[in-house]
Ligand binder design. Sequence first.
Ligand code: SF4
Length: 277
Amino acid sequence: MGFGGNYRVRERGQFDPASKEPYRISRSKIDLFLECPRCFYLDQRLGIGRPDMPAFSLNNAVDTLLKKEFDVYRVKGNLHPLLKSYGLSAVPLKHKDLEKWREARRAGIEYLHKGTNLSVRGGIDDIWEGKDGKLIIVDYKATSKKSELTLYDSYKRQVEVYQWLFRKNDFPVSDTAYFVYVNASTDAEAFDAKLEFKVELIPYTGDTSWIEPALHNIKKCLLSEEIPPKGECDYCPYREAAGKALLARNEGSKKKTGRSTRARKKDDSYEKTPSLF
Ligand code: SF4
């Protein structure tokens, strides 16, 4: 269902409580649930997802270039100078499924969690292999800031889900994941058609113990007929205020007499607008 612009309510692919088929859930939807169960429910049960954001093209460019760079060392089987400078003895993993695991939208690494019948999927940036044969989850991040780089909770959860997915697929996985964090400097005198980056390697010890309880909570939420309560962001009050104002305006207009048929039609469309409040 469209509302003008490009926004569409999805008519397929939502969770169906009557279905016995596994339900596929991405790493980012797990994060959405943890951020706000109501937004998650609107998306996954009712097909009302958040509007798409414009792609962060510069971040994507950094990701692509880092992948290419580490792929060179993958082919040679050599230690990357960044890892060497941090005293980390690991090489980019060679594996036939690597490209599939990197495809977040179409493939990724997947595991069917039998307790919930949720099939969890995520797309990785890279994997290195330590001397002990364990896989090291790697995520690339790009920013531009003068202060210390931040490992947000969502970043931590992201690599923890990947660690969990690889373990569930019977791979030995190191508890330590790494962020290759690139920080664009704004100290240059002029732009001069180039950006300079400082690259840091940030280790993080993952804890995956929250994942299975979260999957059970997600399943409970998906099966429920009750829409979870509002979270704390400002958009729900904004939408509620807008919905109430439109309804009040509509009610007021209906009481007036002598309106044109065209105006009536326009007002009637407000009644047909589904409201979640
Ligand atoms: S508070 Fe409302 S708009 Fe904000 S994340 Fe939750 S459901 Fe979405």
